[in-house]
Design a binder for this molecule. Structure first.
Ligand SMILES: Nc1ncnc2c1ncn2[C@@H]1O[C@H](COP(=O)(O)OP(=O)(O)OP(=O)(O)O)[C@@H](O)[C@H]1O
Length: 294
């Protein structure tokens, strides 16, 4: 499946996109006397509009996760700035950053380690609501709605994360990210720990949620075909710089930068017709399973 073109937004031309990374530099301190810091991002500029998915692709070590972490306030931005809804959010103090977590959330790669194994799913999902003052009754009601939104059964709330498959755990992680109705979710390789068919289901869920809620995604992946599946626009990182940005279909089939061309040769994206065939096949298998289950 390829995404429709970039969604139109309510923004007037004078208004900024939801998220703007403006010539962002990230440097990590290095050990050793007078050694200069390690520069990992070299002035990266990127924006994400409300309701949009921007896929961030590139080989291992190119700086994708670092950019995501910078957006989340977890990597040191030493020059340039990051703005969210027009407000500078790089360099915020801890308390202001915590307040921002209502609007900016994250889903990590590994659903096996990102959920507290000792807490029930209901506790995992109610915790962010209770700490921000929701009543227990309201929090429980929200959990039921969230479980439904991510297609988990209502009794999932009483179980522990280890009782779920990898794909189901990632659904729980997505539900947790959605608890406070964020505007933006940074998704850091959220399907790369899953097998191929589970990947497709979880990617479909991301799309469905976006259609229902209007949430935007900064979607990090090393896999061009995953990024094509989910993104409106794609940005390509190479050695800490963005080398190409454009609409998903163009960047993933007719890239202009030699590095993206190499990425594409290394991992060809299935033709859209082949993707549609795979989807039809999956629906047929699911229908058969449902019929067998009575
Ligand atoms: N805390 C840190 N201190 C020093 N260097 C770091 C730190 N975190 C990341 N780096 C370096 O920053 C560079 C970019 O790493 P990053 O994890 O952002 O890449 P990536 O494109 O997300 O790769 P991958 O897909 O393997 O996660 C790498 O060279 C990495 O070693």
């Amino acid at each position: 499946m390829s995404r429709p073109s970039t969604p139109s937004t309510d923004l007037t031309p004078a208004t900024e996109p939801l998220l703007v990374a403006d010539r962002v530099v990230v440097e990590y301190p290095t050990k050793g006397f007078r050694r200069p810091p390690a520069r990992v991002l070299h002035g990266v500029s990127l924006d994400v509009r409300a309701g949009e998915t921007v896929g961030l692709v590139g080989e291992s070590g190119s700086g994708k996760t670092t950019l995501g972490r910078a957006v989340l306030g977890l990597a040191p931005v030493t020059d340039g700035q990051i703005r969210f809804q027009g407000r500078v959010i790089s360099g915020l103090a801890k308390r202001e950053r915590r307040a921002l977590s209502k609007d900016v959330q994250v889903v990590f790669q590994d659903p096996y380690t990102s959920l507290n194994p000792a807490m029930t799913v209901e506790d995992i999902l109610t915790e962010p609501l209770l700490v921000t003052g929701s009543s227990r009754t309201d929090a429980r009601r929200r959990v039921r709605a969230l479980l439904d939104e991510v297609h988990l059964p209502a009794d999932a709330g009483q179980r522990l994360p280890r009782e779920f498959s990898g794909g189901q755990r990632q659904r729980i992680a997505i539900a947790r990210a959605l608890t406070r109705e964020p505007q933006l979710i940074v998704c850091d390789e959220p399907v790369s720990a899953l097998d191929l068919s589970t990947q497709e289901h979880v990617l479909d869920l991301f799309v469905e949620i976006q259609q229902q809620t209007g949430v935007a995604y900064l979607f990090i992946s090393h896999d061009l075909s995953v990024v094509r599946h989910i993104s409106h626009r794609v940005a390509v990182m190479y050695r800490g710089e963005l080398v190409e940005t454009g609409d998903a279909a163009t960047v993933t089939t007719m890239p202009s930068h030699p590095y993206t061309q190499r990425l594409l040769l290394a991992a060809p994206v299935p033709h859209p017709r082949r993707q549609a065939e795979r989807r039809a096949e999956r629906h047929r298998v699911l229908a058969e399973q449902a019929a067998l289950a009575g």
